[in-house]
Design a protein around this ligand. Sequence first.
Ligand SMILES: NC(=O)c1ccc[n+]([C@@H]2O[C@H](COP(=O)([O-])OP(=O)(O)OC[C@H]3O[C@@H](n4cnc5c(N)ncnc54)[C@H](OP(=O)(O)O)[C@@H]3O)[C@@H](O)[C@H]2O)c1
Length: 221
Amino acid sequence: MKLTLFAASGRTGAHVLHQALAAGHDVTAVVRNPDAVTAPVRIVRADLAAAETAVLKSAMDGCDAVISALGPRHHGEYGVASRGTRAIVHAMTAAGVRRLVVVSVAGISTIPTPSRPNPPKRDPGVGFFTRTVLSPLAKLRLQKHYEDVALMEHELRVSGLDWTSVQLPLLTDKPATGHYRIAYEQSVRGGFRIARADAAHFVLRAVGMPETVRHSVAVAY
Ligand SMILES: NC(=O)c1ccc[n+]([C@@H]2O[C@H](COP(=O)([O-])OP(=O)(O)OC[C@H]3O[C@@H](n4cnc5c(N)ncnc54)[C@H](OP(=O)(O)O)[C@@H]3O)[C@@H](O)[C@H]2O)c1
């Protein structure tokens, strides 16, 4: 397949890049710092906080699918997930590319967005302890990021594209296992972690899974 990968320099994006190349895919990597990618791939430079549609479109002309592992490196970059994804969607529409798989966050489906002003109050995959203790603690620190990622999923929902959001729990840098569970439109029950390498494995798998189109799919151990 011909793939265009956004944020190939990130910790999850790098796994996606290397696994895609190992599987024989033709990858164009879109990054803001080309020096961060040493793999022998075509590189397009773009800052997704202020990207030009023409530049993004040039990175995806003729590709079969677009993958994004975009996210903020620090607090000051909150907002980049929704803004960058909106730019990716515009460029895909201009380029006539339909398939998009993006990395997202588990548990954000209960956050209201313009396209889901009344989301479900409870995530059926989240147990009592997580709902009452862990999630409120995480929200204290990451609320702005969660709101940005929820807005990113809103951009997907109104895009008209064949999107999938891969919702991730706590990420680790352990080796890939190839064994994980998935859940549609809810968190994986009792699934608190996944290695970035396994998250990348599922992201690539999801590209070829039509049953994941227009769904949020959580992945965890
Ligand atoms: N960390 C967790 O435990 C966790 C849990 C659940 C979900 N997630 C989700 O998974 C995402 C990916 O996680 P990760 O650990 O792989 O993230 P990461 O290593 O911080 O990678 C973020 C990527 O986004 C890129 N990026 C950020 N701002 C950009 C901009 N303005 N223009 C172009 N590229 C930009 C970064 O580029 P540079 O290399 O140039 O900085 C990098 O490639 C997170 O953002 C989060 O939404 C994370």
